[in-house]
Design a protein around this ligand. Structure first.
Ligand SMILES: [Zn+2]
Length: 248
């Protein structure tokens, strides 16, 4: 399908191309914002810390239950020993029972000491688990603060780019006004296919899209074409824009 447009309209395509190139640069810069990847990394870190915090809370609460049970165990033995001592002190115990009570008291003392060792160990573990939990919460605060900073820097750059993009889009709207629809359709298609450049200046016999010099036959063919014929580069298929510096 042959596309025709006046020389002025074709040259206006270079302005459109310049704006599209700026839009492409904005998109490229958006992908290069280091803080986007950094924020993602910090979010992953936070997720991992949160999982550890859940495990730490479970450990603290389990050890707390163990501690309560160990305490109750010790208390039970102490109560039993106290009752035995009261009976011994009451003076109403026979010599035989007294020997039995003394022997039981010895066993209870041994049992109490063992249970207290267990309780002590649990208390130590509980203390360590609480310290680990506190450490994780402190770590979380540090990472969270880092994430807030990084997100702030990221959003600032994204907002700047969005503002630039909006401005370029407005510029493009007025730049394409009055250009033939089929010219824009062709330009957009070529631009999509060819990495963002749809129209290129023909400068001193060279296509500025692919930077390949046109041969003399092709140059003389183009020289013979009417000004409103839309020319394509033989090499890269981009729309070639003729101006006074085309070397024709
Ligand atoms: Zn070319």
């Amino acid at each position: 399908m042959a596309v025709n447009a006046s020389a002025e309209q074709q040259q206006a395509l270079l302005d459109v191309q310049a704006i599209d190139t700026k839009l492409l640069q904005v998109a490229h810069r958006r992908k290069q914002i280091a803080e986007v990847a950094q924020a993602h990394e910090l979010e992953v870190q936070l997720g991992s810390i949160d999982m550890k915090i859940v495990a730490a809370i479970t450990e603290v609460s389990d050890l707390d239950l163990d501690r309560a049970k160990a305490e109750a165990d010790v208390e039970q033995v102490v109560n039993r020993a106290n009752r035995d001592k009261e009976r011994m002190d009451s003076g109403s115990v026979s010599a035989k029972d007294l020997a039995g009570l003394q022997s039981e008291l010895e066993s209870l003392a041994k049992r109490q000491s063992e249970l207290e060792d267990v309780e002590l160990e649990i208390m130590q573990n509980l203390e360590e688990a609480r310290a680990a939990h506190a450490e994780l919460k402190a770590q979380r605060e540090i990472v969270e603060a880092q994430l807030r900073d990084v997100e702030g820097a990221r959003d600032e750059q994204l907002n700047q780019l969005a503002a630039q993009e909006a401005e370029f889009i407005e510029q493009k709207k007025s730049a394409v006004q009055g250009l033939p629809a089929d010219l824009i359709t062709l330009y957009d298609k070529v631009r999509d296919d060819l990495g963002g450049v749809g129209a290129a200046l023909l400068q001193h016999g060279e296509c500025k899209g692919c930077h390949i010099a046109l041969d003399s036959d092709e140059l003389s063919r183009i020289r013979g074409l009417a000004a409103d014929v839309v020319v394509r580069c033989e090499q890269c298929r981009r729309i070639l824009i003729r101006t006074s510096e085309s070397g024709l």
